[in-house]
Ligand binder design. Structure first.
Ligand code: M6R
Length: 609
């Protein structure tokens, strides 16, 4: 989604803002723009296309100044054109605004402003804000912002500047995330930390409904009641290096290869000196866990797929009814939820709008909220009763990989911990499963080189396919879903996942000579059934890649190619079996010449509904 960077200080605003925006490119965008106050005059430049287009224009004709803001836009209202790009300004170009999110009531406001004689240059919802500010401005920008903000409905992060106040930037957070970077004689506002990390590691997470005014010498935050309020300054522990490619061609490849170490980190941070599990930030005790009679696991996309596996584990280990739900569906459903319901929210970013909506809906009904997230201090973390941080480090590629495997790891740990606490998991099982969990990073590591070689070769075979199918049963079906999502989102090949037993109820009609089928067959109790399903698609011309455990050597008699996984318990197979599909998606996208890390139409952090 849109990227925001604002700067006020003594440095070159143009360079700092362009540099910050480049760190937010992973969020996905289609145009970029900048406003800087140069010698007392607001100058705005905005162009459709990549950031390089704007940077090229600014190189030829720079804007010099020490206060400014920039934006990368992911189109919602209006096509990605120069006019629709942000910043948007009032008619005189003296007040500028950038925005991430959606103003739901922009239509009636626009009608009102048109009636007052305001002229619009864009099709965006954002432009009404610039004109509203103009309407309310009487020499005090902060007061104009207060009045304007009171008129808006929807989700937004806004940053505002005014030519007549050349020392201040004002930002608003309303559902869409924004952070303040605190420097020496300079301050920053941004939609994410990598944008400012080169300049400061002191950060304030702006709370929902806060308004912040930043100047060269300091900042003030106003809470919902518009009274001044203090917010904690946090020190970011990770450095910019962890948000760079470190020699890998793409972030996605780096993140795939980081999986052994980040899975280890996720586990090791929960082991005490005796090698047993302990969980900080989780206050659920024996009495509470025994009272829980229903669990919902909620997320979007990849996080939802992790939730499917998590649901299975929680139900199995806690002997309680558990259901996985897509957040955008869950938030508007009428599930029976009360204070005996545990809702597990899964979100890498902790900022996904639908997931936040689901969390709030469940909380309002009295559920206890446990979130699994990768971002410390994110909106989801702040709204939750209990938090499990995945410690995957920043995930930059839009296609999620290490976030998924660390989310799975989180579920293994939570299910073990709660199972033991509740007494539904025997000590012997707990010990064996925990011991096996600790071996997983090594098993992923061992498989990477061979999987990469095989995926590279397979990518050449499938890159021109019209359709690809993933099949699986039980836990393998969840890997199939995640494998298909990975492949479709970055290769743009139509890819679907099906429960293998369901094929003959319709989908098998799509299988024709040469259709690639990837069959995940790791669950021993239903292995023979998978073999039969593979034979069914083979008989109709499919070219089958099987993914199975080392022991199932007979699969090579049925499938055209077999990817063998390290042996482990059934429950751990989702973590081991997803690595090859991740690499296959990566190499197929590469073979097609796509932008692997920033696939078309997608954004890393989905902060609109
Ligand atoms: O940040 P979140 O985990 O809440 O994001 C949820 C989805 O948008 C995300 O997992 C998406 O499906 C991935 N880009 C898929 O690779």
């Amino acid at each position: 989604m849109c990227g925001i960077v604002g700067y006020v200080g003594a440095g070159n605003a143009q360079d700092i803002i362009l540099d910050g925006l480049s760190k937010l490119e992973y969020r996905g965008y289609d145009s970029a723009g900048i406003s800087i106050i140069e010698s007392g005059k607001m100058k705005t430049r905005k162009l459709s296309g990549r950031l390089g287009v704007l940077a090229g224009s600014l190189e030829k004709d720079p804007i010099s100044g020490t206060i400014g803001m920039g934006h990368t836009r992911w189109a919602t209202h209006g096509a990605p054109t120069d006019d629709n790009a942000h910043p948007h300004t009032n008619g005189k170009g003296t007040i500028a605004v950038i925005h991430n999110g959606i103003i739901e009531n922009y239509r009636p406001i626009k009608d009102e402003l048109l009636a007052l004689g305001y002229k619009f240059k864009s099709e965006t919802d954002t432009e009404v804000i610039a004109h509203l500010l103009d309407h309310y401005y009487e020499g005090d920008l902060l007061q104009a912002v207060f009045k304007t903000e009171a008129r808006l409905r929807g989700a937004y992060a806004l940053v505002v500047m005014c030519e007549s106040s050349p020392d201040e930037i004002i930002a608003i957070r309303h559902e869409s995330p924004i952070i303040l970077g605190v420097g020496e004689g300079e301050n920053f506002i941004a939609s994410d930390i990598p944008a400012i990390l080169k300049y400061t590691n002191k950060v304030v997470y702006i709370e929902n409904k806060d308004i912040v005014r930043l100047t060269r010498s300091g900042y003030e935050i106003f809470g919902e009641d518009r009274k001044r309020i203090d917010r904690q300054v946090r020190t970011i522990e990770w450095d910019l290096e962890s948000a760079t490619k470190e020699g890998y061609e793409h972030f996605m490849l780096k993140e795939i290869y980081q999986q052994p170490s980040v899975i280890s980190e996720t586990i090791n941070r929960r082991l005490d000196e005796n090698g047993s599990l302990f969980l900080e930030n989780i206050a659920i005790d024996e009495d509470t866990i025994k009272l829980i009679n229903k669990i919902y696991v909620v997320g979007c996309g990849t996080a939802y797929h992790a939730g499917l596996v998590g649901r299975y584990l929680l139900q199995e280990f806690l002997k309680v009814d558990a259901q996985a739900e897509i957040a955008s569906e869950f938030r508007y459903s009428d599930h029976y939820i009360d204070d005996k319901t545990l809702v597990v929210i899964v979100s890498q970013s902790g900022e996904t709008m639908d997931t936040i909506g689901a969390l709030k809906a469940a909380k309002a009904k009295g559920a206890r909220i446990l979130s699994i997230t990768n971002v410390v201090g994110s909106s989801i973390a702040r709204e939750s009763d209990d938090i499990f941080y995945t410690w995957a480090g920043p995930e930059i590629a839009v296609a999620s990989t290490k976030a998924y495997t660390t989310q799975l790891t989180a579920f293994y740990i939570l299910a073990l911990y709660f199972g033991k606490l509740k007494g539904t998991l025997e000590d012997k099982c707990y010990d064996e499963i925990l011991a096996e969990l600790k071996t997983l990073p090594g098993k992923v590591e061992a498989s990477l080189p061979a999987f990469a070689e095989k995926a590279k070769a397979a990518a050449q075979e499938i890159k021109d396919s019209k359709s690809i199918f993933y099949l699986g049963r039980g836990l393998d079906y969840y890997t199939a879903l995640e494998g298909a999502l990975k492949l479709k989102e970055i290769s743009y090949i139509h890819t679907e996942a099906f429960p293998a037993g369901e094929l003959k109820h319709g989908t098998i009609a799509l299988i024709e000579e040469g259709t690639p089928v990837i069959a995940v067959a790791t669950q021993q109790s239903i292995y023979e059934k998978m073999v039969s399903n593979i034979k069914e698609v083979k008989a109709r011309g499919a070219v089958v890649t099987g993914i199975t455990r080392k022991r199932n050597t007979d699969l090579s008699e049925v499938a055209d190619t077999v990817i063998y996984l390290e042996e482990s318990f059934n429950i751990f197979m989702p973590l081991l079996s997803v690595v090859y599909p991740q690499l296959l998606a990566y190499y197929t996208s590469l073979a097609k010449g796509n932008d692997v890390d920033k696939p078309r139409n997608l954004a890393k952090s989905v902060t609109v509904e």
